[in-house]
Design a protein around this ligand. Sequence first.
Ligand code: SF4
Ligand code: SF4
Length: 187
Amino acid sequence: MKFECVEDCSQCCIEREYFPSKKYGKIGVLVLPEEKQKIEDLAKHLEIKIKIIPRIGISKLIDKKQIKILAYQLMGIEDNGNTCPFLDIESDLRSPHGGFQCKIYEDRPLACRAYPLIETEPMILDEKCKFCKECGHADENLHKEIESLLLIKDKMNSDFPYIWRYATNVGEKEDKDELEEGWILEK
Ligand code: SF4
Ligand code: SF4
């Protein structure tokens, strides 16, 4: 089946999830170190306030001071972490499938280009994507998504023994007590 966005959907630019669990808070859009400056420059040019914080780090020793950042994350604008700052929710402009427009579509991060693909072999789509919920699985029309995901995966390769995840301390009001902030060691 061919993949195509569900009419009028903008869900993946709006809804943010707790990952890998609630204590890590809601995540933002993954931004590679080499993408960060470009995203910041675009935001400045468009006069959009953004917040980019670390997401994944690696180290040779168990020492937070030695962490090398593998990926950052672009946080949502709402208090609960939702809604990408680049999503145009105010104008009447719409994307070809009728969703809200991305103000930086041509320059959007690789993570946005890869979505909803989360695995290439075998091909797995994010079950939270509206297409998956409504239409099931797709295995055609995903060349750009595959290419983008492979590029991200390549950047995530590391032989450093310790992997860290940054807890964002962002989430729903009722979850505030469970949220943590800062680097948490994964392994
Ligand atoms: S990728 Fe999925 S969630 Fe995102 S706009 Fe398309 S259908 Fe909606
Ligand atoms: S950068 Fe654009 S495509 Fe990516 S989440 Fe934001 S609005 Fe959506």
